[in-house]
Design a protein around this ligand. Sequence first.
Ligand SMILES: Nc1nc2c(ncn2[C@@H]2O[C@H](COP(=O)(O)OP(=O)(O)OP(=O)(O)O)[C@@H](O)[C@H]2O)c(=O)[nH]1
Ligand SMILES: [Mg+2]
Length: 339
Amino acid sequence: MIKGNVKEDVKNLDKLFDEAYQKQMKEINDQLEKNILFVLVGNVNSGKSSTVNALMQEEVAKVSWKPGETLNVKEHKYTEKISFVDTPGLDDIIKDNSEITLNYYKKADVILFFLNAAGTGLSLTEKKVFEKIKKQNKNIIIVLNKIDAAEDIPNLTDHISRELGTKYKLIPISSKTGQNIDKLKEAILELLKSKKKDILFAKHVKEKSSIAQRWILTASLSAGAVGAAPIPGADIVPISAIQISLLLKLSHLYNNPISKDKAKDMVLTTITGNLGRAAYRQLVKLLPGYGQLLGGGVASSMTFTFGQAIKYAYENEIDLNLESLKGIYELLSKLDIKV
Ligand SMILES: Nc1nc2c(ncn2[C@@H]2O[C@H](COP(=O)(O)OP(=O)(O)OP(=O)(O)O)[C@@H](O)[C@H]2O)c(=O)[nH]1
Ligand SMILES: [Mg+2]
């Protein structure tokens, strides 16, 4: 790959940067064209509406005090591209074999199947409904809600997993206290990632910091797996591609797209600039929590620091460009800031 002549290196890198940029932009633009359909299934009062509201940190669906708020299949358009479908009570689901309803199950990107931990556990009806739905679509996440009002959750989750199948993700949550809502969000993003719709969803979630953190960590681990020598050498190409992709994803997450030239300046300066290996390792030590996971390799340290700096800029409304990025690196090296 890139070896030898420095001029040749830079020319190659330029071309490869463009390719990586185009590829990631195409991926993002393709995602933004798509739609996401969530289907909510669960007993009356199991907390479907409350959970969606907790997830999106906004009132998407009406929460009721009386049982049976949801009478028919109802589609709430959260944005032009993202919809939540509320289904009726479980008995109605068993009876209703209409094409329209079955189609919703088939089309769903994510089916959230709600169980009430404070109720009777898993009822026969709930099991029947689950069996019916999984015939249409296997993208089901089991949401065990109201764990704040129940005891012995581990036993209950074991039992449910055994009954419904261990291959389905089961997330115990409380939409009342917010416990594990972040885990539910992660499970949803993972499912959507396999459908190349995760960026589209993340863009519309209000709490972005934990998503950014995960993306940064994943990119850093991939960079670490690629290699150890990102100062001109063979590894520079895949590592810069990882960083471009991370930068573009973050810029869309925070709804602040960045121009190609600025992106190029920042990535190439991070990789080939004179900050140096020791400096990146040092910077990572100042960022909390992840040192051990990253294993201290320079490619992962560099990518992690790069990601944190980008995140810091977006969260503090700093205009991102090469100069401000350098400034943030300096800031990170001086302050033990929480990012
Ligand atoms: N203790 C506790 N109560 C909850 C929790 N989530 C929801 N609730 C309560 O349960 C009731 C029903 O919540 P909803 O979100 O309306 O439930 P739903 O499944 O949308 O109900 P329907 O639309 O009527 O089918 C409300 O009184 C909520 O305040 C939770 O995690 N813990
Ligand atoms: Mg409801």
